[in-house]
Design a binder for this molecule. Structure first.
Ligand SMILES: CC(C)(COP(=O)(O)OP(=O)(O)OC[C@H]1O[C@@H](n2cnc3c(N)ncnc32)[C@H](O)[C@@H]1OP(=O)(O)O)[C@@H](O)C(=O)NCCC(=O)NCCS
Length: 314
């Protein structure tokens, strides 16, 4: 069975920059608290763009960089937990705007782990022969589901999209996407939820923090083991961007001394399903990871869900 690999990446962020001082003008917070407790300095907030607009922009860039055309794509998967427009799903909206004819088109909602779930889904479809070239996108407009009067959540999030084009590997070529390690702790789903009407993000921050810093490192190591890559060979670690203290806590337990650690949260905030492809796309754009090098992706969050895999850098 053929595997798949990432051919190219793309990302999109809205132009409106929101600083910590901007937020201090609307809720009782300050720059020092946000930097110390979370690590965020700025985030982007969409004004007119929808989840589908941002997804289309990111996917369009990834497609343009791939050497493929819309006619080559037979599957579009969008990870999102914030799309207000439900039907047609976001994937179909993106496909229509990019001129992709008759693709399998689906949205995946596993909140912040969404991109790794979507990537695995597309990889599995390619392995099964149900797809040859796919676009996988994480896109979020969390500003639509943020309570802007709640200082404990509104300082955390941002809007963005990131996308990857996948293709089947050639006969004899090593797969570029390793086996996924995915799962959830559904009995603990209440600690981070977006529910009700209108839906707002609510969370027990410390419970999420404890779970992320204790449960996830062994699972990320499992993803390395299943890919047959030693942690010391990992060239970059791109975890979900929720909190720099969470990232540091996980990194400490991974033994990945040679890895570039993605910390896009500093400039972008927590963009849920967009955070991993956004951070990865920026690392590649800045040429911080050599082509072909093993990169450990690991998403986690609402649900509580998690998913991760080792991929080869395009
Ligand atoms: C949310 C998070 C940053 C809060 O940090 P924390 O150190 O746990 O802070 P606490 O919630 O204990 O609050 C400490 C104090 O800061 C206050 N506080 C909360 N938000 C604040 C803000 N934006 N500005 C200033 N003070 C704030 C609290 O009211 C509390 O005050 P008190 O001691 O007078 O009661 C942290 O728990 C976290 O990152 N959790 C993970 C959440 C996450 O990543 N979710 C998404 C996963 S996908």
């Amino acid at each position: 069975m053929a595997g798949s690999r990432i051919v190219s990446l793309g990302h999109y962020q809205p132009s409106r920059l929101v600083t910590n001082d901007d937020l201090a003008a609307i809720v009782d917070t300050n720059d020092e608290w946000i930097r110390d407790r979370v690590g965020i300095v700025t985030r982007r907030v969409a004004e007119t763009e929808s989840v589908a607009d941002m997804a289309t922009a990111a996917a369009g860039k990834a497609l343009a960089a791939s050497g493929l055309t819309a006619a080559d794509i037979d599957m579009v998967v969008v990870a999102t937990c914030s799309a207000i427009d439900r039907c047609p799903n976001t994937a179909a909206r993106v496909a229509h705007r990019l001129g992709i004819a008759a693709p399998a088109a689906m949205d995946v909602n596993t909140a912040c782990s969404g991109f790794s779930y979507a990537l695995a889904t597309a990889d599995h479809a390619i392995r099964a022969g149900a797809s040859r070239n796919a676009i996988v996108i994480g896109s979020e407009k969390l500003s639509d589901v943020t309570d802007w009067t709640d200082r404990s959540t509104c300082v955390l999030f941002g809007d963005a999209a990131g996308a990857a084009v996948l293709t089947a590997t050639a006969d004899g070529e090593e797969p570029g996407i390793g086996p996924v390690v995915w799962g959830s702790a559904p009995e603990r789903g209440d600690v981070l939820k977006i529910e009700g009407w209108r839906p707002y993000i609510q969370q027990e921050g410390q419970a999420v923090f404890r779970w992320a810093t204790t449960a996830l490192a062994p699972l990320a190591l499992q993803a390395c083991e299943r890919a047959g890559v030693a942690p010391t060979d990992i060239a970059a670690f791109v975890p979900h961007q929720a909190n720099t203290r969470i990232i540091d806590g996980i990194v400490k337990r991974l033994n990945i001394p040679n890895a570039v650690i993605a910390k896009d949260i500093v400039e972008s905030g927590n963009t849920s399903a967009a955070s991993v492809p956004l951070a990865l796309s920026k690392l590649v754009e800045r040429r911080e990871v050599p082509s072909g090098a093993p990169v450990l992706l690991f998403g986690f969050g609402g649900g509580l869900t998690y998913a991760g895999q080792v991929v080869r850098c395009p």
